[in-house]
Design a protein around this ligand. Structure first.
Ligand SMILES: [Zn+2]
Length: 85
């Protein structure tokens, strides 16, 4: 399998955030992210958000990432990977 590119990651990110991807796909996304500096920067904020959401889910009902938060993350990701132009 060829190396994933930022825009491929981006295309799957929404499903990734929703936990809808199979584990092996999550692994591929994560391994790309850790070897790619724009993605590293992005994922720092992403991980904070995910931790926050998981903590909320433990205390309350399991809930998907709020749509506005997800849109914000996707926008900042697109910008950091230069996909905005
Ligand atoms: Zn990347």
């Amino acid at each position: 399998m060829t190396k994933l590119e930022c825009r491929q990651i981006f295309a799957m990110l929404s499903e990734y955030l929703d936990g809808e991807l199979p584990p092996e796909m999550c692994d591929q996304i994560e391994s790309h992210i850790h070897g790619c500096s724009p993605c590293v920067e992005f994922v720092k904020s992403l991980e904070t958000t995910i931790r926050y959401c998981r903590r909320m889910a433990l205390e309350h009902q399991p809930a998907p990432l709020p749509e506005n938060l997800k849109a914000e993350l996707l926008a900042s990701y697109r910008k950091s990977c230069g996909l905005d132009s």
